[in-house]
Structure formats: C-alpha cells, structure tokens
Ligand binder design. Structure first.
Ligand code: SAM
Length: 608
C-alpha cells in the first residue's frame, strides 16, 4: 500500500506518493490529477451522471483537490478504496451487537463549531459507534455526509486525547465490553451539494495551519486597506475616527393616520431595556401605532446588473455600533455616515459577484414570503457595502497561489456570507450580531444588522487555527465525492461500516439553502435526486420513500456482507419515519434495533 501525502505543505517540495505513483512535489501531484479530472469532465457520459452538480469545468476544477476531493462524482474513489481498504474476505469473522449513540454530546466542541451547516451530528457523538463497529484500517462511509462530521469522527479515533480514551474505556468496561482499538479509520464522504462537500473536504484534508493563519490575517488587512473607509465613522468629539462593527437598518413604514414616514427601530426600540415595544406614538401625529397597523414602504431602483427595476422595502440606517481604541460605542448616523453610504450606493456593483437568478423554490414562495423583499438574484441578498466587501474577500482568497491555503481561505470567507447578507436580523439583546439569520429558511426581517467583515471574521481566524492545529487531519484520511447516494462511484462490497444522517422528510431544503453559498463557488446542486419532501418540487412522501429506497439499495450494494449501518434520523412524524423503515427493508437491510435518541425532545431516532 502506498502512502499518500496529500495537501500537506511540509514536504510539499519533496517527492510525494499518491495512489501508487510518485510525484516530484505536492504541486506536481495536484496538476497531474487536475489534468485527469479536466479530461474526464469533457466526457458527456460522465457529465450525465445522476446528481452531477451544475457548473463549468473551470468552476468544478477550482473547487476540487483530486484525487481526494472532487466537486463532482469522484472518478478516483474506487482506486482510493482499493489502495487503502481491505477486500472482502468471507473467512474473516466479524460480529458486533448493535450500539446506541447519544446525539446530544459534543455540540459545544470547537471542532464541531469550526464551520456551520444547516444540521450537524457532532463528531463526538459518532466516535463511539466507529470505535465499536470498526478497526483501524477499515473504511467508513457517509453518503449524506453534509459538513463531513463522520469523517472528522473517523480521523479523531486516531488523535483522541488520553483523558477521552480513559473515560470511554472505563465506561465500556462497566458495560462488560473490551477496550476499543484506537487509531484513525479512513472515510468516504459524499453529498449531493458541492457546498457541503467543500466544507467536508476542508475539515478532512490536511493543510498548513500556520500558512493559513498568516494568509488569513493578510487577507483581512488587505481588505481593510482597500475598503476600510467604508466602515469609518466619527466619534462623539467629531474628530477621532472609529471603526464600525455593525450598522442597524430599519424598514420604513407609513403612519395610517398622517401618512408620515416611520423608522421602526427609531420609534419602537427602547434604548434602556433593548426591547422592542409592541406599540408607540407616531413621531408626526402622535397616534398610537403597532407594526401591524402600519404599511411597509417600498423604493424603486434600477439594478444595473439585470437592467430591471426593483421594488425593495425602503430602509434607513438607524444605529451605528463602532469601536474606538477597544471600547464600543453607539450613535445615530450623522451627515458623514450618510454621505459615505450614498457614495457606496452610487458605485457600480463589483463585476465579479454572482448575479445568478434564484430559482423558484418553496422557501422563497411559500414559507418565508420572500417575494416582498425584492430579492430575485443572488447579489440582491446584500446591501451595496456588504456586496463590495464580500466580493473583495472572495476575490483575494481565490487568488491565493498556494492551492490548499486558497481552499481554506474560501472555507473561512464563505462563513461570512449569511451574516453579511440581508438575512441577518438585528437582535437588540443578542451578545453578538453574528449568525443572527433564521436557520433553515431565507427570511428577510424588518430590521437588519449589517456587520463589518472584521466584526464577523477577526475572532474566527484565531479559533480556526487553534482548533485545526489540535485536530490535524491525516494524509489520505478521506476520499470525498459529490453526487447522489443512489449512484456511488464505489465497488460492490468495499465498505466496512456506514454511519449516515439522511434528510428528514420536509424539514430542511438543503439544495435551496445551499444555493446562496454555491453561487459564489459557481457550482450548484442538481436538486433532482434530492431526497426530501418538497411540495413545490412535486415531491411527496411516496417520492421521498422511493428516493430513499434507491439510496439505501446503493448503500446495500457497497457495504460488505454482514456489516452494519447506523442511520440517525430526526423527524417525529410517524409517516416519514415509516417511509424510512419501509425503504430500508425494500433495499435488503434487516433492522436490528431502533432507539429514540434525544432524551429531551424525543425526536431523534437511530436504526441499526
Ligand atoms: C441531515 S444532512 C447531513 C448533515 C451531516 N450529518 C452533518 O453533520 O453535516 C443531509 C444531507 O443529505 C444531502 N442529500 C440530500 N439528498 C441526497 C442524495 N440523494 N444524495 C446525497 N446527499 C443527499 C443534503 O444535501 C444534506 O447535506
């Protein structure tokens, strides 16, 4: 078996072995596999694979780091398993009792929090299952891998600190179980969404943490040099310059009595208690108002990118929170602040921001009623200042010459997209205004906290460096592919254990939600095979069951005979739960144990 030195910059200038071949350097390895992938992408049959993401060859290649990660079905995956796995041998005895997991552990772990995703199972909840069902050298698969926590768990089995090992062994001893075999397992991760596999790849492939940290600081400094003026404000003395942390924008309403304009935050927010009052007097005529009594006002603008006239809710900046020499202050926008905002609004939007039209979806049309917000294209999610700054961050991260550092910079920068967008609500009593969007939906509130990039990202950089330094992903620890579970690029009977967390019926529209980040990468999910219930896409429970059955059949094909699969599933609806069980049995699995996992909500279940 050859050792694959993948993505590591130590030794990046020395010879590298990868999938049975030796390369002069890490760069030579990358160029070789990128050229093979580029060739493969020209094959129309390959491109027609079910679940193939939508994007140009260049965009797919820019996201990928082959052979370990491709933002499309991974043509090197079978070879990866052949190199690092063990072929099925019926003479090798294997026997395990089913084991229950506790999904509630590990939600505060820094590694779990290093990159958010719509739903995540913490790696520390998965580790005991991997230790129980597998041995070092085994290959674990998660086809609905999301942000790649199963991969982190598989690798963590090799780097678990001694305190953790001792605790687990003591616990197992009490249960009459022998100590596990410690050591990293290799993992195969798949997801339909390129946004998900990009997160999973960056979690699971090694990188030079110091170089990332240095380049991350440089990136933030350069953007400050270039666009810091957009976030300057004058302190109370009218001379000292402060740096804006965030600006609170309020939608403007009209008083039903006098038709005067009402800035909701100015009138309804109680400065002392930071609570929003239910009712308040009109600043013009004094009549008592509530939000429901007033009418939202709209402004017409011409979008230079599309040439179309847009009707957007009328907004005004209401509060500015800024810092001077480490202390935080609050002010109302003054003439200078308004002048700066006016100047930014008159600038052309950056040419390189994504301007894709948002496809019609359940979330925009039925659930969150996005139609009133005037957001029809991706760039409409951002106010002009946020758009300029996100474009600069993305552009600079993308132009980083060291490929592995570049990917990590994008992993870092993409985490600011949701907070920088209009989806970020103002929470007056919140400790921080970062990540204040409503989860699982595109929802634009009437109050928006427009955060500066440094407010969002400064602290994150240090935390990421520290966390990944401690974790240290292993060389060739993971093979990552993008596509549907229903068609995995793996040989039959090649996988030792499956841990998986499929979509839960109608809870979360992953493809729709991932569109925002994917549009920046220019590679988006093919939502056709997405295993969810979505009335807008004409997918009911029978369609969901059918899609899940096809995915489980594929799991059955690639799993070695007599091996286990653990399915965790969060949905309290009996009908959805039933659909999953039927799909499992139709695929050929025998259900050994079903457990309710979440002690508090009783909503998580596990099938083994
Ligand atoms: C519950 S999430 C998994 C989250 C993951 N456990 C984590 O910790 O990040 C389910 C995932 O299944 C993916 N998905 C939906 N349909 C799929 C399909 N047909 N094939 C592969 N992945 C699919 C979604 O994109 C989503 O990321």
């Amino acid at each position: 078996m050859n050792d694959l030195l993948h993505g590591q910059s130590t030794g990046a200038n020395g010879p590298v072995e990868c999938l049975g071949q030796t390369f002069a350097s890490e760069q030579a390895r990358r160029e070789h596999f990128l050229s093979l992938l580029a060739e493969k992408l020209k094959d129309p049959v390959f491109r027609k694979t079910e679940g193939f993401p939508k994007g140009t060859d260049e965009a797919i290649l820019a996201m990928s780091d082959p052979p370990c990660y491709t933002a499309c079905p991974n043509p090197f995956l079978e070879e990866f398993v052949r190199c690092y796995g063990k072929p099925y041998d019926s003479s090798v005895k294997y026997s395990r009792e089913p084991q229950t997991i506790d999904v509630s552990v590990g939600k505060t772990d820094p590694l779990y929090k290093a990159h958010s995703y719509h739903t995540k199972v913490p790696h520390l909840a998965i580790v005991p299952s991997i230790l129980h069902y597998t041995e070092p050298g085994d290959i674990v698969l998660d086809g609905f891998g999301g942000s790649g926590m199963t991969g982190v768990a598989a690798q963590w089995c090799g780097s678990a600190p001694s305190v953790y090992r001792h605790e687990l062994e003591t616990q197992w001893k009490k249960q009459g179980k022998a100590a596990p075999k410690w050591g990293a397992r290799r993992v195969i991760l798949n997801d339909l969404s390129p946004a998900a596999t990009f997160i999973a790849a960056n979690y699971n492939l090694p990188f030079d943490v110091e170089a990332f940290s240095k380049e991350g600081k440089k990136l933030l400094n350069e953007v400050e040099q270039e666009l810091g003026w957009m976030y300057e404000t004058f302190h109370k003395d009218g001379k000292t310059k402060g740096r804006i942390e965030y600006t609170v924008w309020s939608q403007i309403y009209s008083c039903p009595e006098c038709a005067g304009e009402v800035n909701f935050i100015d009138e309804a927010l109680d400065d002392e208690s930071k609570r929003v009052k239910d009712s308040f007097p009109c600043p013009h005529c004094g009549v008592e108002l509530t939000k429901q009594k007033m009418e939202r006002l709209f402004a017409s603008t011409v979008d230079s990118a599309t040439g179309k006239t847009l009707q957007t809710p009328k907004r005004q900046p209401s509060l500015i929170i800024y810092s001077v020499e480490g202390s935080r202050y609050q002010k109302s926008p003054d003439e200078h602040d308004l002048q700066v905002l006016k100047q930014i609004s008159s600038m052309e939007p950056p040419a390189d921001v994504p301007k894709m039209e948002i496809p019609p979806m359940h979330m925009t049309h039925e659930r969150a009623r996005m139609d009133y917000s005037g957001i029809t294209h991706i760039h409409h999610f951002f106010l002009p200042r946020a758009l300029h700054v996100m474009a600069a961050l993305w552009r600079k991260a993308s132009s980083q010459p060291d490929a592995r550092v570049r990917e990590m910079l994008l992993f870092f920068v993409e985490q600011a997209l949701w907070t920088a967008s209009l989806l970020n609500r103002y929470r007056p009593t919140g400790f921080s205004q970062v990540n204040q969007y409503m989860t699982g939906v595109y929802y634009v509130a009437s109050q928006h906290a427009e955060c500066s990039p440094w407010y969002i990202l400064d602290g994150k950089l240090g935390r990421l460096a520290k966390t990944f330094q401690a974790f240290g992903a292993r060389q060739a620890g993971a093979g990552i592919t993008t596509g549907t579970v229903a068609s995995l690029p793996l040989a039959a009977g090649s996988i030792d254990y499956i841990f998986t967390d499929p979509p839960f019926g109608e809870n979360i529209y992953y493809a729709d939600l991932n569109f925002l980040v994917e549009s920046w990468h220019r590679v988006t999910t093919d939502a056709q095979p997405e295993a969810i219930v979505d009335r807008f896409k004409k997918k009911g429970l029978p369609e969901y069951q059918h899609l899940m059955q096809r995915c489980f059949s594929e799991y059955y094909r690639v799993l070695k005979p007599g091996r286990w699969m653990t399915v965790v599933f969060s949905n309290s609806k009996a009908a959805v739960w039933n659909a999953i069980q039927v799909a499992l049995q139709q695929a050929g699995f025998v259900v050994a144990e079903v457990t309710a996992l979440d002690k508090v909500q009783g909503s998580y279940r596990q099938v083994t």
